[in-house]
Design a protein around this ligand. Structure first.
Ligand SMILES: [Zn+2]
Length: 424
């Protein structure tokens, strides 16, 4: 059985009306001429909604929705050490499961079809991802000063996650190797992580040059900037997704371009924590692929990719005084194609043969009228609540504004319960 979307608009085709047929997990046909339904096809008359490739959140910590709004006004290091880590240490696997589902409900409602998540109790994160129907490149965030001081155990945990979850959920789940950062993992831990990633054919997903303090710490310990240090260890021989890259020099940028590192730009998190702004225009000018992430909800405080791409757009222009710094097309590409590259996902540009990771947005709101330029409307006028329908690999996760795979009321009440437990 297929799905036939009738009367949809496409971002780069003005007000023209199209038909899209989804068969199995792929786009089967896109046409201006009416497509004849098979007897088994479900026909969905969208009434002129915008069909887009779903968003990819290239860096997040889903369960951190629990900490949304906690200690909003402190610097990164103090925020982690005094506020975040003490609560996280007490989280049970069950807590992580419910918090992940809450985060995924928010993500799917905003048109997100894939996430790169780094956290712990990864089995329960993966279980929630599997149930929700979304795609995930999931990793266990390793923190260890050396192999003998916890590193062995961290690596074994990652190995187990990879053995259990790689390719699970009909291929929707992949696993990455995640040393948390250059300053929270020792040199031998990094080397072992690289070996494991190479051995299993996994990507590396890490935090890189997020704050001035991080850069100063790594420089003091190793004599190089975080990118220089990781390059010296040979880390970038493995496909690497690096979140943040805010405090980077010209030579760091050249190095990242040469190494083919994909940057997960997290503008709202960086701005909120006062860490600075990643030089996105300079990165793109050097050919660095820049994806987009929300980071965890504790530092955002949303998992809203439309809001994130709008923040990326505005923050690329204001400080640089350059009205051409990022176009609607660039911003949307960061939230879709570039994210797919960073996560190693197959393309989904709504062409025949592409995987069907499709999102519909309504265009009849006063804030999106007139919507003659679909790309501009999508990037700069629409909002996550305009998303009405979401398909991932051809499966419906949201239909006419109703989530089909997550019981939101149940999830909210479970998270409310565990919140009261942890905050008392
Ligand atoms: Zn992060």
């Amino acid at each position: 059985m297929g799905i036939l979307l009738r009367d949809v608009r496409l971002p780069e085709h003005g007000t023209a009306s199209f038909w899209i047929r989804i068969r199995g997990n792929r786009i089967d046909a896109v046409s201006k001429e009416p497509l004849a339904p098979d007897s088994e096809d479900e026909v969905v008359d969208t009434g002129g909604k915008l069909a887009v490739s779903g968003f990819v959140n290239a860096h997040t910590h889903l369960p951190m929705v629990l900490l949304r709004g906690l200690a909003d006004d402190v610097p990164l290091e103090e925020w982690l050490e005094r506020h975040v880590w003490p609560i996280e240490r007490k989280l049970s696997p069950e807590d992580v499961y419910w918090c992940t589902l809450l985060a995924l409900a928010e993500a799917i409602r905003g048109g997100t079809v894939a996430v790169a998540d780094m956290y712990f109790h990864t089995d329960r994160v993966a279980q929630a991802v599997e149930e929700s129907g979304i795609r995930g490149v999931l990793s266990y965030g390793m923190i260890a000063r050396s192999m003998s001081e916890g590193g062995e155990k961290e690596l074994r945990t990652t190995e187990k996650v990879a053995a259990t979850w790689r390719g699970a959920a009909e291929g929707r789940i992949d696993v990455a190797v995640s040393p948390h950062s250059a300053y929270t993992c020792g040199e031998d831990v990094w080397r072992a992580a690289k070996e494991l990633a190479q051995d299993r054919g996994l990507r590396i997903h890490t935090h890189l040059s997020e704050s001035r303090q991080e850069v100063a710490t790594v420089r003091a310990q190793t004599g190089g900037s975080p990118p220089e240090y990781l390059e010296r260890l040979g880390i970038f021989e493995v496909p690497t997704l690096a979140a943040h890259c805010v405090q980077v020099s010209e030579s760091d940028l050249n190095l990242l371009a040469r190494a083919g590192v994909v940057v997960a730009h997290c503008p709202k998190s960086n701005a909120k924590l006062g860490s600075g702004l990643a030089p996105v225009a300079a990165m793109r000018a050097r050919g660095i692929r820049v994806a987009l992430g929300t980071d965890g909800a504790a530092s955002n405080n949303r998992l809203d990719m439309i809001e994130e791409l709008r923040a990326a757009w505005l923050l690329a222009r204001g400080p640089s005084e350059d009205p051409r710094a990022l176009s609607a097309r660039d911003a949307v590409a960061m939230a879709t194609d570039e994210g797919r590259a960073g996560l190693g996902l197959p393309p989904a540009r709504l062409r025949p043969g592409d995987v069907a990771d499709v999102v519909l947005l309504r265009l009849d709101g006063v804030h999106t009228t007139p919507a003659s330029e679909g790309l501009s409307t999508l990037a700069f006028a629409s909002q996550s609540s305009d998303v009405t329908d979401v398909w991932v690999a051809g499966k419906s996760l949201m239909r006419k504004g109703r989530l089909l795979t997550i019981d939101e009321e149940r999830v909210q009440s479970e998270v409310g319960r565990l919140l009261r437990r942890h905050m008392n």
